[in-house]
Design a protein around this ligand. Structure first.
Ligand SMILES: Nc1ncnc2c1ncn2[C@@H]1O[C@H](COP(=O)(O)OP(=O)(O)OP(=O)(O)O)[C@@H](O)[C@H]1O
Ligand SMILES: [Mg+2]
Length: 355
């Protein structure tokens, strides 16, 4: 089921009449059967967007379509959605089986059928053996799977997940996110997964929608957004260690950094712009235009991470990742060139990509 958001807007008004535009004219089409990661920093409007899709919040403006059907005015229970929150909100006095069956009771599904469907869903999410336990007898990851089974048992058209992994420890989070991906693939259900964790969104999503202060900043396949950031925000939000930013200039089509010409560009000349270079975009190169002073060296398996704080060029310290076969030591002066595909130019004022 394709989901389409049209000019979707939510304005909250406080008692003193101050307004927060939590979601600002969002236009997004979510393809049927895909898992979309809704990503952005705290307060950017992810949950608000999700709750409008769920029908728990009424949009100030705009429309929501499920396929061809306009569901904007529909009650949550008539939309055919399954919703999972961060804190699983299971009924503590009920067993796992009763928790999963609960939505079917409301729908007046006959008990025998409900039992079969609950078992199927429990098996799907990998907790089929735990049906008679109470929630407090389960681990966090198991509880979250019960919540997912309960959301899926109604056979919803759309699955909405709001930071479903944030209460889990690192290992469980990794495991459960792989599980969610598998469940989504097996069921083919259109899923929106809200997270502020870029790595989580990148690894699980078919596409990500990146938001900032209520606006959509970029939409695309995770690797594409990483490789081709459309603006400064997008470049900064994805990637660990983060992209390095320097102030530079473009003169006669040449990008100059620390006095060395590091690239030729079609972008217009500009006195001052941001030069963004991914940590893996520096290549050790005897002929390279940049000579940098290495401050610290951390070798971790395959990669060596260099911390550079070049006094002569008055840089703040920044990180470069090179292959560990480069035997570089602290105190060395090393020449680098820059990989064109890892270098991005952004306007100082608008943050938009130049060139
Ligand atoms: N009921 C409300 N009344 C007033 N303002 C609200 C309300 N709910 C959310 N907001 C504001 O709207 C903005 C978006 O909030 P939202 O909960 O959608 O953010 P989020 O992206 O989900 O953040 P987080 O990652 O912290 O969960 C924030 O500035 C928030 O303070
Ligand atoms: Mg939220």
């Amino acid at each position: 089921m394709e989901i389409k958001l049209q000019n979707l807007t939510k304005v909250f008004q406080a008692k003193d009449k101050t307004e927060t535009i939590a979601v600002n004219s969002l236009d997004i089409t979510i393809p049927a059967g895909k898992l979309i990661g809704l990503l952005g920093p705290s307060g950017c409007g992810k949950s608000t967007t999700l709750y409008m899709i769920a029908g728990l919040l009424k949009p100030t403006e705009g429309k929501i379509f499920f396929g061809d059907e306009d569901v904007t005015e529909k009650a949550p229970e008539d939309r055919g959605i399954g919703l999972v929150f961060q804190n699983y909100a299971l009924y503590p006095h009920m067993t796992v089986r009763q928790n999963i069956m609960f939505p079917l009771e409301n729908l007046k599904v006959p008990k025998a059928e409900a039992m079969v469907r609950a078992q199927e869903m429990a098996d799907l999410v990998g907790i089929g053996e735990l049906m008679d336990r109470k929630p407090k007898q389960l681990s966090g990851g198991q509880q979250q799977r019960v919540a997912i089974a309960r959301a899926l048992v109604k056979k919803p058209r759309v699955l909405l997940l709001d930071e479903p992994l944030s209460n889990l420890d690192a290992r469980l989070r990794l495991q459960t996110r792989e599980e969610i991906k598998r469940i989504q693939r097996e069921t083919g259900i259109t899923t929106i997964f809200v997270t502020h964790d870029q790595e989580e969104a990148m690894s699980i999503s078919d596409e990500i929608v990146l938001m900032e202060v209520g606006f959509k900043r970029q939409v695309g396949i995770p690797q594409d957004v990483y490789d081709m950031p459309e603006n400064l925000f997008s470049a900064k939000f994805l990637g660990t260690p983060p992209i390095n930013l320097f102030e530079g200039s473009i003169k006669e089509g040449k990008v100059t950094l620390f006095g060395g010409v590091i690239e030729k560009t079609k972008a217009k000349d500009i006195e001052s712009c941001w030069i963004g270079i991914r940590p893996e975009g520096f290549l050790v190169d005897k002929e390279g235009p940049l000579e940098l002073h290495i401050d610290m060296v951390e070798t971790i398996g395959r990669d060596t991470s260099l911390v550079i704080k070049d006094e002569k060029n008055n840089t703040r310290s920044f990180r470069v990742i090179v292959d560990s076969s480069n035997r570089i030591l602290p105190g060395d002066k090393v020449k680098f060139s820059v990989k064109p595909s890892k270098l991005f130019l952004f306007d100082k004022v608008t943050g938009e990509k130049l060139g």
